[in-house]
Design a protein around this ligand. Structure first.
Ligand SMILES: Cc1ncc(COP(=O)(O)O)c(C=O)c1O
Length: 421
């Protein structure tokens, strides 16, 4: 058997090991009916649902463990601190960071990118320096760098993508030069699903001595992430997209960079000592965690990490590929549907337009059929501009989705064609 055939066979075995119906039973919200129809929740790229073990962990914390952390000698403060720091350790192991102190709790991906903009960018990037981003970025990995550009007079260089929605590697390499101070690029495009070749990009950037930030918001729920293997300098993601609560996210940062960076916010917990003359900052990661953090959400994220680890990222990725392949085949066969984003390497996202129908109307009719998709520019307006469209409808999958839900999407699209045909 060829190596591709073997890889495909291994993927099928991994996918088959996933008992989707059993896993779905862990997600109470998936049993909801919407407009009298069974819910087909295909908006996981915006926010994924939480399984019962995560919900139970949140309730256990709130009912039997809650106190403020790091500040008390009393029983509950110690219990809460241990749970909060225990979750940090789980997350560290999940992404294979070297040390717990390289894992910083943030409010989400947006907050993590802004932390790097303030802590790294405002300290180390000046006039005439350059930052490379790509045409596939979410606004949260564009706007902070524009703010820095407007303040510091640095320049943004943009890696273009081709008609399939793949970054053009040669053009990227041409942008790297002695003035480049940072490459900030998404791992998986939220609008198109493209998986960018970030490992190669990181290696190329490092050959020029350029540190790299990866926006992993759409990658962490679908791919096994190993920050040491990637060799990235920063990696950002959000808890709510990986079956954890909202209000929590992670910035992984290489310790050597984090130590050089200035704090993002000032306040309690991020200091060692304060007088009116002088403040000494705490060590990392606490230097970047000012004030009372979202303790419950951090612990909930730790429980989400346990949950997906138990299923196995390989089995998750394999099943999601089955879903994506099946959905791609079904939608490609519909004459009035055009898939936007046809990269060779894609993850769990299917963006499309229906000829002559605004994506919002597509989303509204699908909702009547119980199908939840996202419509709009997906906070990636430059991607829409690249493809000359204002918006798309986007189905984004999680491991708990089924082939029947894809069929429900297809049936909903047939209704769209009837209504507007
Ligand atoms: C690729 C990407 N980056 C960043 C974000 C922002 O994440 P959050 O809103 O959780 O901060 C998103 C959210 O959709 C995203 O898809």
């Amino acid at each position: 058997m060829s190596s591709t055939g073997l890889a495909r066979q291994q993927a099928l075995i991994a996918a088959a090991s996933l008992d989707v119906q059993r896993l779905r039973a862990d997600f109470p919200i998936l049993r909801t009916r919407v407009n009298g129809k069974p819910l087909a929740y295909l908006d996981n790229g915006a926010s994924a649902q939480m399984p019962q073990p995560v919900l139970d962990r949140l309730i256990r914390y709130q009912t039997t463990e809650h106190a403020n952390i790091h500040r008390g000698v009393h029983y509950f403060s110690e219990v809460a601190t241990a749970a909060y720091e225990g979750a940090r350790r789980k997350i560290r192991q999940f992404i294979n960071a070297r040390e717990d102190r390289e894992v910083i709790y943030t409010r989400g991906t947006t907050d993590a990118v802004n932390l790097v903009m303030h802590g790294f960018g405002r300290k180390l990037i000046g006039a005439d320096d350059e930052i490379i981003i790509s045409q596939l970025e979410h606004h949260s990995n564009i706007v902070p760098w524009q703010m820095l550009r407007d303040e510091r007079g640095c320049r943004l260089r943009i890696i273009p993508c081709n008609d399939a929605g793949e970054l053009v590697f040669d053009e990227f390499e041409k942008l790297l030069n002695a003035r480049t101070r940072l490459l900030a690029v998404t791992h998986v495009s939220n609008a198109l699903g493209t998986v960018n070749p970030v490992k190669r990009m990181i290696a190329a950037a490092h050959r020029h001595g350029v540190p790299v930030l990866i926006d992993g918001a759409q990658a962490v729920p679908h791919l096994q992430i190993d920050v040491q293997e990637l060799d990235c300098d920063f990696y950002c993601f959000s808890g709510h997209k990986m079956f954890g609560p909202t209000g929590i996210g992670i910035l992984y940062g290489r310790a050597a960079w984090l130590e050089q960076m200035q704090p993002y916010q000032g306040g309690g917990d991020m200091i060692l000592s304060v007088s009116f003359d002088k403040t000494t900052y705490n060590a990392i990661p606490y230097k970047f965690e000012a004030g009372t953090p979202p303790i419950a959400a951090a612990i909930g994220l730790g429980a989400a990490v346990d949950y997906v680890t138990e299923i196995g990222m390989e089995a998750i990725a394999a099943w999601e590929h089955e879903l994506l392949d099946y959905a791609t085949r079904q939608l490609s066969a519909m004459p009035s549907v055009r898939i936007v984003g046809t990269a060779k390497d894609k993850a769990a996202v299917l963006s499309f337009v229906v000829a002559g129908v605004h994506p919002h109307d597509v989303g509204t009719i699908l909702n009547e059929e119980g199908v939840a998709v996202r419509t709009g520019h997906h906070c990636a307006q430059p991607v829409m501009q690249r493809f000359g469209i204002p918006a798309t409808a986007r189905a984004s999958f999680a491991f708990y989705n089924t082939l029947q839900e894809v069929d429900q999407l297809v049936a909903g699209l047939r209704r769209v064609q009837q209504v507007f045909g």
